[in-house]
Design a protein around this ligand. Structure first.
Ligand code: ITT
Length: 198
């Protein structure tokens, strides 16, 4: 039987991306798969803090191997905002379209469009040992939306070395180079090299 790991997220897009980046090596269980339906409040102000909080709630309840992903967009001209507040940039409930509207408005007349996506993964093994993995992709914020794929800020982010937004790429193209792909690959590498018993 394949080793099973819970991915502690309520974001279906993240879940799909991570399952596809992981490939066949492990079986990823969603929160639905383990019947976890509680709301998790992200009360920390760092990616690491929120990632730990999301993974720990699952580990404490089930004592199984699990990981979380806390991620966001950091924009240089906005002093790295929206950052950890990316999901709730335009307030609650989470609304990705309103978030982009707010971002483009804040970026009006800003010549420096540099930005980066960051992911911090917090992995807790079935002995309670905690490890973090990072992924960063640099790029720039566009003046308007392009493309319909992906989620969140994908329609306004062009990764360095390309001329298309993430939303103009196929899922597999994005999953090849994204911040999430980089962090997940670090996690996979760790799992393979550390003989972790899940
Ligand atoms: P979980 O906490 O349940 O995993 P979430 O969507 O609330 O889901 P975060 O708190 O980590 O996750 O917020 C991440 C936000 O950052 C997300 O809602 C998007 O607005 C943005 N984001 C992260 N990764 C992204 C990506 O690959 N493409 C576009 N936007 C992304």
């Amino acid at each position: 039987m394949k080793n099973e790991i819970v991915f502690a997220t309520n974001n279906k897009h993240k879940l799909d991306e991570v399952i596809s980046i992981f490939g066949d090596a492990y079986k990823i269980l969603s929160l639905n798969d383990i019947n976890f339906y509680e709301e998790v409040h992200e009360t920390e102000n760092t990616f690491e803090g929120n990632a730990l909080l999301k993974a720990r709630i699952i580990y404490d309840k089930y004592k199984i191997a699990c990981f979380s992903d806390d991620s966001g967009l950091e924009v240089a001209a906005l002093n790295n905002a929206p950052g950890v507040f990316s999901a709730r940039y335009a307030g609650e409930p989470v609304n990705h379209e309103k978030n982009i509207d707010k971002l483009l408005k804040e970026m009006t007349n800003k010549p420096n469009r540099d930005a980066r996506f960051r992911t911090v993964i917090c992995f807790i093994n079935n002995q309670g040992v905690i490890n973090y993995f990072n992924g960063i992709i640099k790029g720039s914020v566009t003046q308007e939306r392009y493309g319909t794929g992906g989620f969140g800020y994908d329609a306004v982010f062009i990764p360095e070395g390309d001329d298309r937004t993430f939303a103009q790429m196929t899922a597999s193209e994005k999953n090849h180079i994204s911040h999430r792909a980089l962090a997940v690959k670090e996690l996979l590498n760790f799992l393979e090299n550390n003989y972790i018993t899940l």
